[in-house]
Design a binder for this molecule. Structure first.
Ligand code: TYD
Ligand code: MG
Length: 481
């Protein structure tokens, strides 16, 4: 008999303790410890008698028999995986419930199955009828996907071991899977880890590619797929605002490809539509000519993406003004505000500041600094920015606008979408390799840009009613501080 070992396992990070405690010392989360049986998967009596088997050692230069990658038929998905599913690899797709993971994978498996590959979809959450209903809605009922509603890993592995090796297996979701070898309840860290281990073993042994679906919940009840992250070859996160139809697939970890690529989709009544030109999507509902909006020419992975930054700067009624930001790094916003205040004399301590990246995109590039600063100042002085201009450049703490990578790609994309001007770092002008037909406004320091926008503000003020004319200079005082 295996001795059962009870321990308290953190459902967030998987750290184990002998005693219950309120806070996990490893990850710092509160109330995430749950009692689990963590005795080994093989009884001790068997373990001690088992003699080691010998295995053949291989050389690094050996050739794999066939094409290592399998294209999914969806360009956006392939872009994120790095060119398709690698044989024998295991990929984890995480995301909030209802974001569209099952929809994405139903579409991908159907496209693959139609090209003649054996593709299996195991649903642990929905009944076969429900999965069929979704496929029907997506117009994919005719695809020869093999479907089952199962949760036992042992049953799944023995079923799939029969017949031809499946080229792709989807397990939706890993939290619903359970294995006989451990005694904890399905959904606990121990079960999720043991089930994932068994499936990964199956993938490596047979060469089938496996996609595990994982729910990310803030709730400690269900083990987040984070414990599985280090076991799998690639982790993709499927993101999006519930209220918006855009969905972004982002590679968080990828042993076989880049991790900075994104795939953009739009959720429609007929499933997910691939968006091959995201700039058009993020700019489609542009608030043309509204003060506080600036278009940022960004790079996501290898692809240029134009996106609109919206700022609202309004006098505050609070002791501590609010700073709220969606889609960008709050600490970068604080930095840009501090530089504006210290070097450009823009006083913002009496104003609430809101910054939003349109379309639900998340920007990680420092190159967005210049566009953010332009949007902020434009909102403060109530002056619209030129509607045909794009902005990019990193702002240093001294207020200097620093060069950023891939200037030509940014300019080309802007020109393609009908923009006429680019506001960019001075030092980037030399390395553009062609200005793509845009008129370039190179700025050396943030002060220059602020002065230009302020000039637009006062010009606009002259033709405005007196109330607003007076308001502008009072709210924006350059040259102080
Ligand atoms: P689903 O793929 O079930 O999400 P997940 O597996 O990540 O939990 O998608 C759920 C949402 O997607 C649901 O709110 C309905 C919406 N949806 C559409 O808008 N159009 C469609 O064609 C489909 C299939 C779903
Ligand atoms: Mg689902």
């Amino acid at each position: 008999m295996a001795k059962s070992t009870l321990s308290f396992v953190c459902q967030n990070c998987g750290a184990a303790y002998n005693r219950w405690q309120g806070k996990c010392e490893s990850c710092g989360e509160w109330n995430t410890l749950a009692e689990e049986d963590t005795s080994g998967s093989v009884p001790v009596s068997i373990r001690s008698k088992r003699k080691g088997r010998t295995f053949a050692l291989e050389s690094l230069a050996g050739k794999s028999p066939d094409a290592p990658r399998l294209s999914s038929g969806m360009t956006e998905l392939d872009r994120v995986t790095g060119g398709g599913f690698v044989r024998g690899s295991v990929l984890l797709v995480g995301g909030d419930p209802g974001i569209g993971k099952s929809t994405l994978l139903t579409q991908a498996t159907s496209l693959l199955a139609r090209t003649g590959h054996r593709v299996v979809y195991i649903s642990g959450e929905e009944a076969v009828a429900q999965v069929r209903l979704r496929a029907e809605r997506l117009g994919l009922s005719d695809a020869p996907v093999q479907l089952a509603a199962e949760t036992s890993v042992e049953d799944i592995v023995s079923t799939l071991s029969e017949g031809a090796v499946p080229r792709l297996i989807v397990i939706d979701s890993i939290q619903t899977m359970w294995t006989d070898t451990v005694e904890s309840a399905p959904g606990t860290v121990t079960q999720v880890r043991a089930s994932a281990q068994a499936l990964i073993r199956f993938a490596k042994k047979t060469g089938a590619a496996i996609i595990l679906v994982g729910h990310v919940t803030k709730d400690g009840q269900i083990a987040g797929p984070r414990v599985v992250e280090h076991m799998v070859d690639a982790v993709m996160s499927f993101e999006g605002e519930g209220s918006q139809q855009f969905r972004i697939l982002r590679a968080v970890k990828n042993r076989f490809g880049p991790t900075d690529e994104i795939g953009v989709f739009e959720m429609t009544g007929l499933g997910l539509r691939e968006v091959t030109n995201p700039s058009e999507l993020f700019l489609s509902e542009r608030d043309l000519g509204t003060p506080g909006t600036a278009v940022f020419a960004g790079i996501e992975g290898t692809r240029p993406v134009l996106v609109e930054l919206q700022a609202l700067v309004a006098p505050t009624s609070l002791g501590t003004p609010r700073r709220a930001v969606v889609g960008w790094d709050p600490s970068r916003l604080s930095m840009v505000l501090a530089v504006l205040e210290a070097h450009c004399g823009v006083k913002l301590s009496g104003h609430d500041v809101y910054l939003n990246v349109a379309g639900g995109l998340r920007i990680n590039e420092p190159a967005a600094d210049l566009a953010a600063a332009a949007a902020l100042v434009s909102s403060l002085v109530n002056a619209q920015l030129p509607t045909d201009a794009v902005y990019f450049g990193e702002i240093s703490l001294s207020g200097v606008v620093r060069p950023v990578a891939q200037t030509p790609a940014r300019l080309k994309e802007a020109a393609k979408l009908g923009f006429q001007r680019a506001v960019l770092p001075e030092s980037a002008r030399g390395e553009t390799g062609g200005d793509a037909g845009l008129s370039l406004n190179a700025v050396n320091s943030l002060t220059t840009l602020v002065a230009e926008i302020a000039a637009r503000g006062s010009r606009r003020g002259e033709s405005n009613p007196p109330a607003e004319k007076n308001a502008t200079p009072a709210r924006f005082r350059r040259g102080e501080g």
